[in-house]
Design a protein. Structure first.
Lengths: 351, 307
């Protein structure tokens, strides 16, 4: 908790006020911007989950989106007309987390001996296998409804309070995305606290030891097998919870949302922000969600003004910039945009 | 039995394409221990360049043979240039960086190439112009086409050429030396930078030829076709023992046959529960299986830290 203590109470209050004001400020640009802010926080959540696996334990996972997909589909199947089930939010989310956790262990067990780039390829393959199954499990028994996906998923509701549609609270009118915003912020704070506590715990230090040198970690008595599985399981559970919320927020899921590109985007957030450094990861997630949206709104008009027509479609330019950013950051700032002080020192020593 | 023979033939054709692409992975890995994630995208660009050149020349009335030859040549030249550029710009500055750094750069480069291809060629599927009238032959109830015969024979020739390059030329000797020990090789007067660049360029040229083959076999191409092809070819390289030239060829052919047989029989084996659209998962199952039980691959001799 060092970085929090070093800031004054006034600073924390300021952040709190900004967080409360944000959805109302964003709403001035239209509800679309509130949704973008919602997604930024959802990605903070996901990136922090992946940070446990990649940043702390040093296991390069390119199939993280599989767990996100599992969580999303568990929610979609248990709270939609597809099977006619409508279980409450608080019952499904733990189930989604648990299912994702089981999948995490399933992926972790056969890959325990693998390192570095081999692990990356296998996890990538695992992500693709999950997506192929989601795409095809509609015949002969229709489980996932194939490529069409599942629609009309219930929104989050706690007691009688629904998170979709506009409601009046204490005379303030809150839209659906604004209500989700507060739910997401609350969950994100929980995740950040868990991450902070983990980082300096016995387990967190064990993960970091494995990241630095697995053989040495084993030699000093760390049960590397269990600790690595724990990293997979915890990262996966976070992904599962995020998937459930995604499902409820969108009201619709299809295999298309869980492609390899999505895995790479989440990984980029962790890597660009600063692997293993919580404020860096948050920065990476926010930057990589909001910047592409700004591009989406900015690229079209700018081209229109310069060339008189839209030459390059904003979506492909967005991905292009993503790729270039990965290459450039690896070249010039290999520890990320906001690395932890230890990591920066290590890299400075090496060069 | 007819299905069996037919699937073996299909697998052999698909497998020889995998083998050519796998050689690109294995050469780079053997020499510098790097998975060139962007190799699949290089193959994709080869296919699309060939489509543009051949289509353009044929529309201008150039005979099919000349158009085809020029198209292949153009694809090879463009891919060699991209391979060289990739090494120079993306990987060379990172040669002494921690292992994850070049891997993430490679992912980034593959996104860049894919999106450049999308900007140049658009989002839609492109059809590959038909160069030769494909005839089918029938042997023992299984049929195969002229295109299939050409694919297998051209890739066999290319592989033979590569073996000659590696075992009979000075550059090949330099490559083998660098693969064994870069420091010592450079003390013996081998220009490491040039050898690594050559591995990228040769691998990309093989990839370009493979790209043209994929295009003429399936008759369509798309800016996203590279990633799955690349992954499978990488699996083939791992299956044969990455870094091992003969292994990549054997792995490619074997993977092609496993996939074809799997797709042909999965319906019967699961009583119709899983169909042939699960074809793509076989490669990943093979990959996970190999890495679990025999990480050095079927023909790999070295084991150790890398897997």
């Amino acid at each position: 908790m060092k970085w929090m203590n070093s800031r004054s109470a006034a600073g924390i209050a300021l952040v709190a006020v900004a967080l409360v004001a944000l959805p109302f400020v964003a709403a001035m640009g239209g509800q679309a911007w509130v949704r973008i802010v919602d997604f930024a926080i959802l990605y903070v959540f996901l990136a922090l989950g992946l940070n446990i696996v990649v940043g702390l334990a040093g296991l390069l996972d390119l199939g993280y989106v599989a767990f996100y997909a599992v969580g999303a589909y568990v929610y979609a199947l248990l709270a939609s007309p597809h099977f006619g089930l409508h279980l409450p939010f608080w019952a499904i989310v733990p189930m989604g987390a648990a299912t994702a956790c089981v999948f995490g262990v399933l992926l972790g067990t056969p890959t325990l001996k693998l390192r570095g780039d081999y692990l990356a390829i296998v996890t990538l393959g695992f992500g693709e296998i999950i997506r192929i199954f989601l795409n095809n499990l509609n015949a002969p028994v229709n489980i996932t409804n194939g490529a069409q996906g599942i629609t009309l998923i219930d929104p989050v509701a706690i007691g009688g309070f629904k998170f979709s549609g506009t409601t009046q609270i204490l005379g303030i009118s809150l839209s659906g995305p604004q209500k989700y915003y507060f739910l997401l912020v609350a969950l994100a704070i929980v995740v950040i606290l868990i991450n902070l506590r983990l980082q300096h715990s016995r387990i967190g230090r064990a993960w970091q030891a494995i990241r630095e040198d697995e053989v040495a970690a084993k030699a000093i008595g760390i049960n590397t097998r269990n600790i690595k599985l724990l990293a997979f399981a915890m990262g996966a559970s976070f992904g599962g919870v995020a998937g459930g919320i995604f499902s409820a927020m969108q009201g619709f899921v299809s295999p298309e949302s869980f492609s390899l590109v999505e895995s790479i985007s989440i990984l980029s957030m962790v890597v660009l922000g600063g692997m293993g450094h919580i404020p860096g990861v948050i920065l990476g997630a926010v930057l990589l969600t909001v910047l592409p949206e700004l591009l989406r709104y900015g690229v079209g008009p700018v081209q229109q003004a310069l060339f008189g027509k839209v030459l390059v479609d904003p979506e492909s330019l967005r991905m292009l910039i993503f790729g270039l950013a990965l290459v450039l950051v690896m070249r010039w700032r290999p520890a990320g945009l906001w690395p932890s002080s230890e990591r920066r020192r290590e890299l400075a020593e090496k060069t | 039995m007819e299905t069996f023979l037919q699937q073996i033939i299909n697998g052999l054709v698909q497998g020889s394409i995998y083998a050519l692409v796998a050689l690109g992975y294995t050469m780079v890995y053997g020499i510098m221990g790097l998975i060139n994630f962007a190799h699949g995208e290089v193959v994709m660009i080869g296919t699309l360049v060939a489509i543009t050149v051949i289509g353009g020349l044929m529309a201008a009335g150039v005979p099919a043979v000349v158009a085809g030859g020029t198209g292949v040549l153009a694809a090879v030249v463009v891919c060699m240039a991209i391979g060289w550029w990739l090494e120079r710009v993306a990987y060379r500055p990172l040669r002494h960086a921690p292992r994850l750094t070049p891997l993430i750069t490679a992912i980034g480069m593959s996104i860049v190439l894919q999106n450049v291809a999308m900007i140049v060629w658009g989002r839609n599927y492109r059809t590959f112009p038909s160069l030769i009238r494909s005839e089918s032959f029938e042997v023992a109830g299984a049929s195969f086409t002229t295109v299939q015969v050409m694919i297998v024979s051209v890739s066999t020739l290319m592989m033979a050429g590569l073996l000659l390059l590696i075992y009979r030329t000075k550059l090949g000797m330099a490559m083998r030396a660098t693969a064994q020990n870069p420091q010592v090789a450079s003390l013996m007067g081998v220009n490491i930078d040039r050898v690594i660049a050559a591995a990228f360029v040769v691998g990309s040229a093989l990839g370009a030829v493979a790209g043209v083959m994929v295009g003429s076999y399936y008759e369509i191409a798309h800016y996203q076709m590279g990633s799955m092809l690349g992954l499978k070819a990488f699996t083939a390289a791992v299956l044969g023992g990455i870094g091992n030239i003969a292994g990549a060829v054997a792995g490619g052919v074997l993977l092609g046959i496993i996939e074809a047989l799997g797709a042909g029989y999965i319906g019967d084996l699961t009583h119709g529960f899983l169909g042939s659209h699960y074809q793509d998962i076989f490669a990943f199952i093979v990959l996970i299986g190999v890495l679990m039980f025999r990480p050095s691959g079927l023909f790999g001799e070295k084991t150790g830290d890398r897997a």
